[in-house]
Design a protein around this ligand. Sequence first.
Ligand code: FAD
Length: 390
Amino acid sequence: DTCKYTGIVEDCCCDYESVDDVNGAVLHILLQELVATPFFRYFKVKLWCDCPFWPDDGMCRLSDCGVCECPEHEFPESFKTPSLHILPKDDPVCQEGKPEATVDRTLDDKSFRGWVEIDNPWTHDDETDNGEMTYVNLQLNPERHTGYTGPLARRIWDAIYSENCPRYAFGEVCPEKKILYKLISGLHSSISIHIAADYLLDETTNQWGPNLELMHDRVLAHPDRVQNLYFTFLFVLRAVTKAAAYLDQAEYDSGNHAEDLKAQSLIRQLVHNPKLQAACALPFDEAKMWQGQGGPILRQQIQNQFRNISALVDCVGCEKCRLWGKLQVLGLGTALKILFAVDDQGNPDPHLQLQRNEGIALINLLNRLSESLIYVTKMGSSVSSANEPS
Ligand code: FAD
């Protein structure tokens, strides 16, 4: 459990040591600062979505499970809806019976130069429909232990794995056939790591802290789960660097000029980082994917599976888990869109367009994964020393 992984991360182009070095030395620090800026800390999310698969959804045990929403005056003025239009009922799952659902068609393109209002084909949610969405301050709602557990939580992971991304056969060499499982497994590891890192150790005294045993049992004892975490991190990192020009030119306007300039500067430091270039210039090589004859069909199949996974997250019965689940799945969907977008003829699409919320999800996801790698190395050594005979 010392978590000293060596060699090249499977299906990626960088080795474990370089990833740890560059993450620990620069990326993690930049990302932590970035997600604290007003632009990146307010996430727009539809939390009240009905679960399309099971009529009941899980209740969660701890009061900490609830999400603290932002009061109107708190989130940036420029994020607010200037005018509302009634949405045609085009989403049978989430809109049904909710006439109050309205959509803001002007918010993104008016207030945010470089950000568009466009649906993400990789996710189930209609990202352009935002009438039911609320703003959540992510800094006030940390991803941590909530007490959401048992068969209801388990059935979601089971449905994700068994129906939508089954584990590939031992010896599988085709990276396309492994990618979805590895991305979800890496995300799952990261969620488990955040639960273990910030755990309610004693309910009576409300004492929070790391739960090393849980960390060991759920993640560190399974090298493939740690390896998949590295894979997912590199995949998302590649998406961020591939979108460098877009992210560089986008407008970060939350109404707080000094903080917005800071966000812009941090983004530039992140996407054009010389240390990252030196350590791991190409974290993942998407150009090698979908080359064979069956490539386009496989790509479409994976896109459909990912959309199902994104719909399953609406069945997460704990609000705070759902918040982070939706954010991170949108972040992954955005990374997939950046790396695998194709035009009508199936050729790589050079015209990337992102929604503001996609940018926020992408950067916050990268931060979560980066933080998880830090925990793995730090808590991995605590676990191993705790296990050493005295
Ligand atoms: P689970 O984590 O539920 O895992 C189920 C099974 O999946 C395991 O038995 C194993 O066979 C397999 N598995 C586990 N990890 C991996 C992996 N990395 N790769 C491949 N297979 C794996 N709880 C919170 O307290 N806070 C949260 O923020 C939170 N967010 C969640 C978000 C989502 C989208 C979901 C579905 C659940 C979330 N939960 C959260 C619940 C949490 O993930 C666990 O389900 C819960 O803690 C019960 O854990 P478990 O030990 O039963 O194993």
